[in-house]
Design a protein around this ligand. Structure first.
Ligand SMILES: Cc1ncc(C[n+]2csc(CCOP(=O)(O)OP(=O)(O)O)c2C)c(N)n1
Length: 830
């Protein structure tokens, strides 16, 4: 130990000292043989993993070096966690992986695995216990493909280490490792050539490696991993039952590359402090909950436990205690600085998950070297002795000791390899320094939310043609002989219900799920009958956790499904927002569209539920959604808008991978009348398929109603504001005031062109915003007018900055028709 903290120099020096001190082995071992007596891991493969670990280590050192002269922007490293190389080696290159930010060695191994063919499968008899079908271990399915192979993907190819056989020191660095290093270095310098995020973030990710980029929000990828597991298993069942052909996997799906193999398992890794996060506990709970119900979720959670979350220690024994106690999740543990044990246990764990299609957690103990990140002064919260103790457990040195002890290599040879790798990493680092960076706003946002409205409208037209043509008979049957266009005028709720059914008919990969949506048909009956028509596999009740509901959607979308999760009330979206904001909306941004999570999140919300519920059932806060870049927010106010808007959202999700929030005004669900009791003016006929193309509603287009002369004032509104404003406009018309009422329909992107045009037509704008004065939609409308140079008069009528109280008191804080009428009069009196 040269100083109190472990600097890159210390770490490097210490490693050299350790290797120099290793005694030369008495005799050489054939690298094709197992490296120890109690493993199948060959010496050659262990050498190969050493290379991956050394590459990862050199990347950490290079990251600090780049930072030292201001050209590197990321110094969170993998040093001390290189045992995750063994986890990668225990998996297949096609197993989707969502990785911890300390996964440098895993990433290198995965890159090399993808570079070479899968190993031959071993006969059943040779498989260890974990791979054999379990006799009495819960309801385990027969191996569908009959392959049985699931483990030891690397043990069977001892003669072909990635770097080639021959003299240890002379083995060239595997091209795949060099390329992996280039990927990582490009991430560090924010090069726009970085293969997945293109310079938008430093992530581990690549579609061809089945590595899905994760964000820096710890544990937020775990609910998605569970969703992926659910979807992978569902698609496997379709495959084994020969029905997968009917599922256009990938057509509307999440990954640009081919879908994952049916026997894939999902792996997700994270740190020890992260196990306490609500998203992590949600994911464990959901995996266990489904396991308890008999549903299979093949997910391997990997907790890389270095004992610290930045400066906060995990209490001794806590991580093991909590991971062991997750119901339905099998526990495995290994020491990450012991390559052989880590490989053996990881292999056993992966085999168990693959075989049984059930969740497990691998608790991998690690150390953290060089602090949390570059700027972290560990001495502020750790003793010198503690820091030094971590150095004693350096996994790279551990692998070196293993190889030298086994007679596979000498310390000198390994040091030569370490230096050769270091030299190459530095060379690549220098190369990527000069690469272009993102240089313009348009370039930064290009992959955020691609919109191809012509393709979307064509997709709607195609759906219409199918529904009217080849799918007509099935459609009639699904609707019990009476398609919705023949049943008379519908309410908003009935119209959404019918459009969901049409969506299910047209998108075989679509699934509707959420709390109470299945058997009950939703608390407002919006999903009524869908489960009976389309089956419990496609319309199902979830557990009561919004984070998990959205996570299931995110994973399912990525795996090729078209998820339509429901959030029962807008108020309850807020405790799960990160899954929309941090996960869903960022996926295309951080993967340049290589991965996408098409999704239409139905949310029942907004206020005016007369006499019911108070704030939690009348939540009118959409600000947190409106500022999510790329998110589509639809608010249908009337039945004959709801169906085409839902079709548009589904098509946009399928075509462009859009993340859409479909916000349904609860108070309008069952509304029938507009002006007077019994007038039936808020009901509408459902369009027959032949009329879908003509009635298509593109994203970002408003609806305009002219009342009276429509010349005097423009009311801009949405949701509940629409019928209220139409009634106010009728009153104004009696006073000789002509109004045009603009229903925004889309809160994001706002229909700016329509707004400007209609505002300019009268020169007097009244924004009727049922959300709140501060942070409400009206702020955005007024800002759009200002940005466009609108010079006329403008006023706002908005909800009071308050939560909505229970009972009649709600009227004091909500926009009223009277306030709208008065607002228009004031505007005209100016
Ligand atoms: C949700 C969230 N809260 C806080 C942070 C800031 N943060 C980044 S890493 C980290 C510690 C994570 O510790 P652990 O999960 O043990 O992983 P380690 O870094 O030790 O490998 C924290 C608090 C974050 N990234 N995400």
């Amino acid at each position: 130990m040269l100083s109190d903290v472990t600097t890159p120099q210390d770490l490097d020096d210490r490693f050299r000292e350790t290797l120099a001190a290793l005694a030369t082995p008495p005799q050489r071992r054939d690298p094709a043989r197992p490296v120890t007596d109690d493993t199948t891991l060959t010496g050659a493969r262990a050498l190969d993993l050493f290379d991956a670990q050394a590459t990862s280590r050199q990347l950490d050192l290079a990251g600090r070096w780049l930072r030292s002269f201001g050209e590197g922007f990321y110094t969170i490293g993998s040093a001390g966690h290189e045992g995750n190389a063994a986890v990668a080696a225990a998996l297949r290159a096609t197993d989707p992986a969502l990785l911890h930010y300390r996964s440098g060695a895993f990433y290198c191994v995965r890159a090399a695995q993808a570079d070479r063919p899968a190993p031959p499968e071993r006969p059943e008899a040779e498989r260890p216990e974990a791979e054999q079908p379990a006799a009495a271990d819960g309801p385990v399915e027969a191996d569908p493909a009959g392959t049985g192979d699931d483990s030891r993907p690397d043990a069977a190819d001892p003669d072909e280490p990635t770097g080639g056989a021959g003299s240890v020191a002379a083995r060239p660095l595997a091209p795949a490792y060099a390329e992996a290093a280039r990927d990582v270095l490009r991430g560090m310098v924010a090069s726009s050539l970085e293969p997945v995020a293109g310079g938008r973030h430093k992530v581990f990710g690549r579609a061809d490696l089945a590595v899905v980029p994760t964000t820096s929000t710890i544990a937020s990828h775990l609910p998605r991993a569970v969703g992926m597991g659910l979807a992978v298993e569902r698609l496997r069942r379709l495959e084994t039952s020969g029905r997968r052909d009917g599922v256009r996997v990938g057509s509307g799906g999440g990954a640009a590359q081919a879908s994952w193999p049916p026997d894939a398992i999902v792996v997700c890794s994270f740190g020890d402090a992260s196990v306490n996060h609500a998203s992590a506990t949600a994911a464990f709970n959901t995996a266990g909950w489904y396991d308890h119900t008999g549903l299979r979720i093949p997910v391997l959670f990997v907790c890389e436990d270095n004992g610290l979350g930045i400066s906060v220690r995990s209490p001794r024994g806590w991580v093991e205690t909590t991971l062991r106690s997750k119901p339905g999740v099998r526990y495995f543990a290994a020491d990450g600085d012991d390559l052989v044990r880590a490989y053996e246990v990881a292999t056993e764990a992966a085999a168990w998950v693959r075989r049984h299609r059930r969740p497990a957690v691998l608790h991998l103990s690690t150390v953290r070297l060089m602090g949390h990140a570059g700027a972290d002064a560990e001495t502020a919260y750790r003793s010198a002795g503690e820091i030094a103790a971590d150095l004693d457990r350096d996994p790279l040195a551990g692998t070196a000791r293993l190889l030298v002890g086994a007679g596979v290599a000498t310390g000198e040879e390994l040091l030569a390899r370490y230096d050769e790798i270091g030299w190459q990493v530095r060379r690549i680092a220098e190369e990527v320094l000069d690469e272009p960076k993102l240089s313009a706003p348009a370039e930064v946002v290009a992959p955020l939310a691609p919109r191809r409205p012509v393709r979307v409208s064509r997709a709607v037209a195609d759906a219409a043609a199918r529904a009217a043509g080849p799918g007509a008979a099935a459609r009639t049957e699904a609707f019990g002989g009476r398609p919705p266009e023949l049943t008379g005028p519908l309410t908003l709720a009935q119209s959404i219900n019918a459009a969901l059914a049409d969506g299910m008919l047209d998108h075989p990969q679509m699934a509707v799920f959420g709390e109470d949506v299945g058997v009950k048909g939703g608390v407002y009956g919006v999903t009524k009958g869908l489960r009976d028509r389309f089956g419990a596999a496609r319309v199902f009740d979830t557990l009561l956790d919004e984070t998990s509901i959205l996570g299931l959607g995110l994973g399912a979308g990525l795996a090729g499904m078209l998820p339509v999760p429901e959030i029962q009330y807008l108020a309850y979206l807020h405790n799960a927002e990160d899954q929309v904001r941090g996960e869903a909306a960022t996926m295309q941004f951080f993967s340049q569209g290589a991965f996408r999570n098409p999704m239409v999140v139905r949310v029942a919300g907004l206020a005016y539920q007369e006499g019911f519920g108070g704030h939690f059932h009348n939540d009118n806060s959409v600000a947190v959604l409106r500022d999510v870049p790329g998110l589509v927010i639809a608010v249908p106010a009337r039945p004959d808008d709801a169906a085409p808007m839902l079709r548009t959202c589904l098509a946009s999700a399928a075509v462009d991978g859009s993340v859409c929030v479909f916000l349904e005004p609860i108070a309008l669900y069952h509304t029938r009348d507009l002006y007077a009791d019994g007038d039936g003016e808020w009901l509408a006929h459902y369009a027959e398929p032949g009329a879908w193309t003509g009635g298509h509603v593109p994203i970002g287009r408003a609806r305009v109603y002219g009342v009276g002369s429509a010349e005097d004032v423009t009311i801009i509104t949405f949701g509940n504001g629409v019928p209220m404003s139409l009634r106010a406009a009728a009153t104004l018309a009696d006073e000789g005031i002509g109004t045009r009422v603009v229903d925004l329909r889309w809160l994001s992107p706002l229909p700016v062109a329509d707004v400007i045009r209609e505002a300019a037509a009268t020169g007097r704008v009244l924004v009727v915003d049922e959300t709140r004065r501060s942070g409400g939609v009206g702020e955005g409308v007024i800002a759009a007018l200002v940005d466009a140079g609108y010079v006329g008069a403008a006023r706002r009528v908005a909800g009071v900055d308050s939560f909505v109280p229970l009972g009649p008191a709600a009227r004091h804080v909500l926009v009223s028709e009277e306030a709208i009428t008065q607002g228009a009069r004031t505007l005209l009196a100016r």
